[in-house]
Design a protein. Structure first.
Length: 395
């Protein structure tokens, strides 16, 4: 489950985000990541506690129902989660086409159809097989990041005084303004842990393992992001990183002087891994809603051989295929961010209400009440800022 969580959280974002964040926050980009990690962890802790209290598929929709007692709000939440996953998968597949064209020349439509059908087939094969494939790709992704960290360290001249003066900000308000601007971008690199709760019914000892896996996922992600960002800005100037469309590939080439095709291939795998996990997630949420009567009952049918919800997996695959072929998903991707932040806000508020009714539960994690309260404030603030940003850029 930790590998599954890392696959959906780390994903393709970090392979492009490093350059954008370096352009905004410069040498203080690692501090932006650290603050964003704290903010994301608040909501992750809420998901962790709720996954122990209610270890069922369609997690977010179930949590909203338990917190607010509204069937319609719960169903709407589930549908929003499904939509966000499908749009995200379609956007990733479109991104995969662009990366693949660096290696082979093939018609875009053919690539999208073949890629989506293969991913749908893997998702339908069985949860053990599909998660094992996703976990294997995740290990390759992490290995690529560790390789970049290692080669970057070789090119850095470590002097404690230089490091502290370069990476640690002063009390200057100007420095902190760029740090918080970077934090708003870095926050999105941590989104993905919420997908973990949607496979709750297929996890052994779920009340122990799922909450623990969510916390470990955020911890490992934070360490990896901090290491990659620190070594990146010390090995190459933030200005150079910001100019590159493939910053980690550029970083590897700059430090080693070698061809970076391997890093590009890992980036390809990272993109496709994210799309696979989104298809798995969307199918499980549809299944969970169907099994509780919030969507048609036939969606809750599970194949006796694969033990997977084949009908919902088929629907998710077809929907992703159509969206990917239509393209022009940049605005939809921004809307997806609004959807996820809305869900985060409601989830934190739902846990506040649940903890008021039942402060603690046995055999699962229990966090102080101030954590979901603070998580709600942070998520709502990000939601408002993102909405204003979208309406300004797309009037």
């Amino acid at each position: 489950m930790v590998l599954y969580g890392l696959g959906t959280t780390i994903g393709a974002g970090i392979y492009a985000l490093v350059g954008e964040l370096a352009g905004i926050a410069g040498y203080f980009a690692p501090i932006s990541f650290l603050i964003a990690s704290f903010m994301a962890t608040l909501t992750a802790m809420s998901f962790a506690e709720l996954s122990g209290r209610f270890p069922k598929a369609a997690g977010a929709a179930l949590y909203i129902k338990e917190g607010f007692g509204s069937q319609s709000l719960s169903t709407l939440t589930g549908l929003l989660v499904i939509l966000a996953g499908l749009v995200s998968a379609a956007a990733l597949i479109n991104g995969f086409v662009g990366y693949l064209h660096q290696f082979i020349s093939l018609d875009r439509t053919i690539i999208i159809i073949l890629t989506t059908l293969v991913l749908g087939g893997i998702a339908a094969w069985g949860i053990s097989t599909s998660v094992s494939i996703a976990a294997s790709i995740t290990i390759i992704e992490i290995s690529g990041l560790l390789l970049i960290i290692f080669v970057s360290l070789l090119g850095i001249d470590f002097h404690l005084e230089t490091l502290t003066s370069t990476l640690i900000p002063s009390a200057d308000i100007t420095q902190w303004s760029v740090i918080f601007a970077g934090t708003l971008l870095a926050f999105y690199a941590f989104i993905g842990f919420e997908d973990m709760v949607d496979v709750a019914e297929e996890i052994k000892d779920v009340k122990r393992n799922l909450p623990l896996a969510i916390i470990l996922t955020l911890l490992i992600t934070t360490i990896l992001y901090m290491l990659i960002m620190v070594t990146a800005v010390l090995a190459v100037s933030p200005e150079q990183l910001a100019k590159s469309k493939v910053p980690l590939t550029f970083l590897y080439q700059h430090v080693t002087g070698n061809d970076a095709s391997l890093i590009s291939m890992i980036g390809l795998l990272a993109i496709i891994n994210g799309a696979l996990i989104q298809i798995i997630m969307a199918a499980r949420v549809m299944y969970g809603l169907g099994s509780r009567g919030q969507l048609p009952a036939f969606l809750s049918m599970v194949n006796t051989h694969t033990q997977t919800p084949l009908i919902t997996t088929f629907i998710a695959t077809v929907a992703v295929l159509v969206m990917a072929l239509v393209g022009y998903l940049s605005l939809l991707a921004e809307i997806t961010s609004l959807i996820m932040l809305s869900i985060f806000s409601m989830i934190n508020l739902a846990l506040v209400r649940i903890k008021k009714q039942q402060p603690e539960t046995q055999n699962s994690l229990n966090f102080p009440r101030w954590i979901p309260i603070l998580g709600f404030i942070v998520s709502l603030s990000f939601l408002i800022f993102t909405f204003l940003n979208i309406t300004i850029l797309n009037p």
